[in-house]
Design a protein around this ligand. Structure first.
Ligand SMILES: Nc1nc2c(c(=O)[nH]1)N[C@H]1C(S)=C(S)[C@@H](COP(=O)(O)OP(=O)(O)OC[C@H]3O[C@@H](n4cnc5c(=O)[nH]c(N)nc54)[C@H](O)[C@@H]3O)O[C@H]1N2
Ligand SMILES: Nc1nc2c(c(=O)[nH]1)N[C@H]1C(S)=C(S)[C@@H](COP(=O)(O)OP(=O)(O)OC[C@H]3O[C@@H](n4cnc5c(=O)[nH]c(N)nc54)[C@H](O)[C@@H]3O)O[C@H]1N2
Ligand SMILES: [Mo]
Length: 754
């Protein structure tokens, strides 16, 4: 299989473009949301960023001739990898049911068609506007302004499946739903905790600050059920091969391997140690363990929290975390001894039933030692998509803060909808119930990224109209409503020319740094349009000039930035500040120790551990679960985009339909490594959720804790299995049974391509 690099057929030019990635004057890497130091010589891109750029910058094209050759039914037979590999979408097309093919449509006709559908709805709430986190600030701002002017807050987005729990938890605890640290803080931390994250693959540029931290004597403590290669040794992200070979690189200080979903218990165990040591210090007059001044001056409700710590028995902590008390004590001692600590986390923490509680426990621990709002310390939810954080800042939010709606109403003199909209799970439910009729996707791959795949696909098919604004072909284009459009857009790498000349867009990284991104490559076709231009086209066709002249706005994106400056806090003088090298810092109230919470202080949140990690509906399913499954990313993918079939650091080659299981579990289940199996998830609602033909791999994972790749395992995730108050599908905790493959030998041979 061709590598992403060579497969794009444009490698040399792309290398030149790469050199400009994430640099002043270049484009923002469409890979992850890790930030960059503005200093010269700092790492600007990584191996996986190179893959993302090259994948987008292909010269292969999916045009009218392509769609004339392939019917939609034929395309459905192809793999996800094949679909994306066909190249960039280059002209707008509409589905024609009679020929089962997509056929060219003019942009004007496409916009008019969408407007007809939207304006024909009985209620604006019958439309949903999905966003994936690559959309620029400018595109996202226009999109939310359009949706709200149309009359709804139905903005499901990829964040609902990603860091939603971080936003909910931190907003309540510290008054800001984002991380409090900047990249510079990593230079000053005495300890860095990394929970539920695989940076070697998903945020390679993060390895550099981790390595530097170890080299200057700071501690790095990792919590992960799997031994992830990138967490065991921190090597240079531009030299991935070192990662396999070099044994001299600095290693972590401590690596704990909790059970899936066991982090709340581990963190509570750390809190228990701290409380014990604090009491001992009070008794002996020794140095304080808690930051007593910070707690007194800046926090609220510590007593209830200390009671919750006392009320949690060690037996429950050990049972739920799968770790022994002493091991947790080692982590607690590192935390106690560090003056300044940063806690980082990603999907291993956010995609559980009790993720909000777990993240609030992280905030509790930070507060106990005053690790908020001082250099070298704080909370760091490491974001996924390169602009997912910015999209939220711009108002892509199904439950918008009242202040945002007030500001929009004031500025545009138009009433804004106050009723909360649908998040991703609710949107699928509403489509299944026929309540949402028009679905528009600004990027992403809704059919594959969301849970309960067969039901999600049915939900899309129920719609009167589905519109996908995309760079590349994917399964969402083949899972359509009765009417369907594909609108081809420019990506980050493409030069974006509008009436007033080439345009820059802006993005926000995980550290609330805003910077400009300018495409460098000539677009493949003049028929492709920018995301802001497409949104403006839809809006103008649907609303005319209400409440703004949409088409005039996109002639020069500085005009959009003026609106952002006028209505979004922190963006005053936006267009001007943009031109500073390295961009500008949006600021963060919690990092200044200003608490926008109910009490005006940072809130301790006292949660009990879940009585049972297994949810009621999995227990009700009768037979006990064989295993708990987490769904994760391989080294050769970007979410639903597959660059190849290898997972280098986990030693997997040429396959993705695999399930990693502890050898003792394989034996217990009476199975053999290498065997083909079916995975069936346990959820008591009468629906069978099964995937077939997975190869059983013996792997070093804690007993009872299995892993398999996303998105292939999304058919197993029940739509109703989501996090409390986050509504995030529990992609890291699915009770499953493992059964010998039930397909006939003939089907197996067809599936394996023989
Ligand atoms: N190359 C590349 N980069 C990416 C992406 C990509 O697909 N490819 N995706 C982007 C996006 S949108 C996101 S959100 C991020 C995702 O970045 P990650 O969160 O690193 O992605 P996952 O592969 O889901 O990995 C989850 C990690 O958490 C661990 N884990 C799972 N469950 C638990 C648990 O209960 N407790 C603990 N302590 N650990 C657990 C898993 O073993 C795994 O190491 O990456 C972004 N960057
Ligand atoms: N089981 C399971 N499910 C998960 C997860 C998991 O860990 N396990 N992770 C969840 C997470 S963290 C996330 S963020 C979601 C991701 O959900 P999405 O963001 O919806 O999915 P992606 O795979 O990132 O979307 C890829 C598609 O985006 C389009 N695209 C790429 N670049 C651009 C661009 O610049 N503009 C536009 N308009 N389109 C573009 C291309 O057509 C491409 O096919 O998946 C979630 N689903
Ligand atoms: Mo994500």
């Amino acid at each position: 299989m061709a590598s992403a690099w060579l497969g794009s057929g444009n490698a040399l030019k792309n290398i030149r473009a790469m050199l400009k990635t994430n640099q002043n004057g270049g484009f923002d890497c469409p890979g992850c949301a890790w930030g960059d130091s503005p200093d010269a010589g700092a790492v600007k891109f990584c191996e996986n960023g190179a893959k993302a750029v090259n994948w987008e910058a292909t010269r292969r094209r999916v045009d009218a001739a392509f769609f004339a050759r392939h019917s939609v039914s034929q395309l459905r037979e192809q793999s996800d990898y094949w679909l994306e590999y066909q190249g960039r979408l280059t002209e707008p097309v509409r589905y024609d049911a009679a020929s089962d093919r997509y056929r060219p449509i003019t942009w004007d006709d496409a916009f008019a068609l969408i407007a007809r559908h939207l304006n024909g709805l009985a209620s604006p709430h019958q439309a949903a506007f999905y966003t994936s986190g690559r959309a620029s600030n400018e595109a996202a701002y226009l999109y939310q302004l359009f949706g709200r002017s149309f009359g709804t807050n139905n903005f499901p987005d990829c964040s609902n499946m990603c860091h939603e729990a971080s936003g909910v938890a931190l907003t309540e605890s510290i008054g800001v739903g984002k991380g409090t640290v900047t990249l510079e803080d990593f230079d000053h931390a005495d300890a860095i905790f990394v929970l539920g994250q695989n940076p070697g693959t998903n945020h390679p540029r993060m390895l550099e600050p981790l390595r530097q931290a170890l080299e200057r004597g700071a501690q790095v403590v990792c919590f992960n059920p799997l031994r992830e290669r990138g967490l065991e040794r921190f090597l240079h992200p531009q030299k991935p091969i070192e990662m396999l070979a070099n044994q001299d690189a600095p290693t972590h200080s401590l690596y704990l391997r909790p059970n899936l979903g066991g982090d709340l218990a581990v963190l509570r165990g750390i809190a228990k140690y701290l409380l014990q040591w604090e009491r001992e210090a009070l008794g002996s007059g020794g140095p304080a363990v808690f930051d007593r001044d910070f707690i007194a001056e800046h926090t609220h409700a510590v007593d209830a929290y200390l009671e919750a710590i006392d009320a949690t028995p060690w037996a429950q902590i050990e049972q739920q975390s799968g770790l022994e008390r002493d091991a947790i004590g080692q982590a607690a001692a590192i935390y106690r001894d560090a003056g300044r600590t940063i806690v980082c986390w990603a999907m291993g923490i956010t995609q559980h039933h009790h993720s909000v509680a777990t993240i609030q426990e992280i905030a509790n621990l930070l507060m106990l030692r005053g690790n908020l709002g001082k250099p070298g310390a704080g909370a760091c939810p490491v974001r996924g998509h390169s602009n997912v954080q910015g999209d939220r800042t711009m108002g892509i939010n199904e439950r918008p803060p009242a202040a945002l709606l007030d500001a929009l109403e004031r500025h545009f003199a138009l009433p804004m909808p106050r009723q909360p909209g649908h998040n991703t799970v609710e949107c699928i439910q509403a489509m299944l119930a026929g309540e949402v009729q028009v679905f528009i996707g600004l990027g992403g791959n809704f059919a594959q990224a969301t849970p309960d795949s067969p039901r999600t696909r049915q939900a899309l098919r129920n719609c009167a109209l589905t519109v996908q604004i995309s760079t590349k072909l994917n399964r969402s284009h083949l899972t359509m409503g009765r009417d369907a459009l594909i609108l081809p857009c420019l990506g980050r790498t493409d030069i974006d020319r509008q009436a007033c000349g080439p345009q820059a867009v802006t993005v926000e990284d995980s550290f609330s740094m805003i910077h400009a991104s300018r495409g460098q490559l000539e677009p493949l076709s003049t028929q492709m349009r920018s995301e802001p231009a497409i949104v403006a086209g839809i809006a103008a066709a649907t609303l005319g000039k209400r409440p703004v002249d949409w088409l005039w706005l996109v002639e020069d994106y500085a005009r959009i930035r003026e609106l952002i400056a006028a209505t979004i806090p922190g963006f005053a003088g936006f267009d001007h500040r943009l031109h500073r090298p390295g961009g500008f810092y949006l600021g963060n109230a919690a990092a200044r120790r200003e608490w926008s919470t109910a009490s005006g202080r940072a809130e301790f949140k006292a949660h009990a551990l879940p009585a049972d990690l297994l949810p009621e509906q999995a227990r009700q399913a009768g037979i006990g679960a064989d295993l708990i499954l987490q769904t994760l990313r391989s080294h050769d993918q970007y979410n639903t985009t597959l660059y190849g079939l290898d997972d280098r650091y986990r030693g997997v080659r040429g396959m993705r339909e695999v399930v990693f299981v502890n050898p003792a579990d394989i034996q217990r289940l009476g199975l053999e490594a290498g065997q083909q199996v079916d995975l069936v998830s346990l959820w008591d609602d009468g629906i069978e959720r099964r995937v077939s033909g997975f190869t059983l791999l013996a792997y070093d994972t804690p007993q009872g804790q299995a892993a398999a790749y996303y998105p292939e395992t999304n058919p197993l995730v029940p739509l109703e299995s989501f996090g409390a108050r986050s509504h995030t599908p529990t992609s890291k905790f699915i009770a499953i049974r493992v059964l010998p493959d039930t397909r006939t030998t003939e089907q197996q041979l067809i599936a394996s391509g023989q």
